[in-house]
Design a binder for this molecule. Structure first.
Ligand code: CO
Length: 170
């Protein structure tokens, strides 16, 4: 079911999310939460990823829309589900990238992000995976990992300004 996306400056967005017990996976509660997150993100035309905290659940999980992978010309038919994600490698090379957030509507800024990152995470069945990314997907991994730590892009951004509505929102 589609949920309301919590908006800054709601303090819930500042909570550090808790790890999901892996031995309990798969379970109904987590599967339902994933379904709600997909329904919520699907309703946002410009959204490419969502963390559970953005629908008020302080659990370490984010989902990445197939749209994010399309931009990188990587074929990905499904949502990428990342439970208890950890960035285990980040490139020293960085870039200042334009960034927005579904929880901070109409605001855009530039954030310094690593060009490449590798995450380690678990899928909805509790199966561990590692995934490297560059471009938009690398930016998404860093932005969503920040959400799980209660960090918002505006904490790091420069040149914060009104949004161009045609851009992707993470
Ligand atoms: Co966001």
């Amino acid at each position: 079911m589609k949920k309301e996306i919590i908006q800054h400056p709601d303090h819930i967005l500042r909570r550090v999310s808790e790890e999901i017990p892996l031995t309990s996976l798969p379970n109904k509660e987590v599967l339902e939460m994933i379904k709600d997150m997909k329904d919520t993100l699907d309703a946002e035309e410009d959204g490419v990823a969502l963390s559970a905290i953005q629908i008020g659940i302080p659990k370490k999980i984010f989902i990445v829309s197939p749209k994010a992978f399309d931009e990188e010309n990587e074929k990905e038919a499904k949502y990428l589900i990342c439970i208890n994600p950890k960035i285990i490698k980040s490139s020293k090379k960085t870039k200042w990238l334009d960034e927005g957030c579904l929880s901070i509507r109409n605001i855009y800024g530039e954030v310094e992000r690593s060009n490449q990152v590798t995450i380690e995470a678990y899928d909805e069945n509790g199966k561990k995976f590692t995934r490297g990314a560059s471009g938009l997907v690398a930016q998404v991994f860093q932005h969503e990992s920040d959400h799980l730590n209660g960090v918002l892009f505006i904490d790091k951004a420069i040149n914060v300004r009104e949004i161009d509505p045609s851009k992707n929102v993470l």
